[in-house]
Design a protein around this ligand. Structure first.
Ligand code: G6P
Ligand code: MG
Length: 221
């Protein structure tokens, strides 16, 4: 039986992906580096510095580590100004109802996010009380696709990885879940990831998919 669910935050429970895009776009424009929504999709789930490195591949200028750190700080300042306006209304009713249903079924719920802003977002949106454990970007040495964030969350929840489902919108997150031995449920952009164990076309399908998931065959029944 699946005993716990570990959720990614950005792009799964809240649509902060559009704020990440706006903040990176502003920085890329200032540096005269081409950057569009398609480039942004490749930044899902990966750390701030890995995202910058990805963007700088399209630059013919080289940057020192100190400059790169300054650039990530600049991006984060723009991003923080955007998420500062978030409220509980930024969480869809479907997400709240689903979390409620899972809690009522006795499942342990956790967050596994690469973001160092995850706790701030959980507080702004009043999502924090739903979770028994939160592991964010400040608590890990290696970001997704490394499984560290989910392994830490499972430890805090007191479950073994193969009794826990991970819900992810990023191919890097699905890869991290599988590398850690978790059951990987894909939403949104990760739906096309060949690695996932099941696909959620609607967030509200989660309770039924969890009940119908056969751990022995690793498939939906
Ligand atoms: C999430 C997002 C990524 C972001 C990462 C780090 O995983 O999907 O796009 O780069 O968090 O976020 P942070 O808020 O620490 O810059
Ligand atoms: Mg995500």
């Amino acid at each position: 039986m699946i005993k716990a669910v570990i959720f990614d935050l950005d792009g799964v429970m809240v649509h902060t992906d559009r704020f990440h895009y706006r903040a990176w776009k502003q920085l890329a424009d200032e540096l005269a580096i081409p950057f569009d929504e398609a480039c942004n999709q490749r930044l899902r789930g990966i750390s701030r510095m890995d995202s910058l490195e990805h963007i700088l591949k399209n630059s013919n200028q080289s940057y020192s580590l100190k400059q790169k750190i300054q650039l990530t700080e600049k991006k984060n300042d723009t991003y923080k100004a955007l998420i500062a306006h978030m409220t509980p209304a930024d969480v869809e009713q479907e997400v709240l109802r689903t979390l409620e249903t899972l809690k009522n079924k006795g499942l342990r719920l956790g967050v596994g996010s690469s973001s160092k802003n995850a706790r701030f977002i959980l507080e702004r949106t009043s999502l924090s009380p739903y979770f028994d454990a939160v592991v964010d970007g400040t608590m890990i040495a290696k970001a997704k696709p490394d499984p560290e964030v989910f392994i830490k969350a499972a430890e805090l929840l007191g479950v073994v990885p193969n009794a826990a489902a991970v819900v992810e919108d990023a191919p890097a997150g699905i890869a991290a879940a599988k590398a850690g031995g978790f059951i990987a449920f894909a939403v949104g952009d990760a739906i096309s990831s060949a690695l996932s164990d099941a696909v959620l076309y609607h967030f509200s399908d989660l309770p039924i998919c969890l009940s119908n998931f056969n751990i022995s065959s690793n498939k939906l029944q």
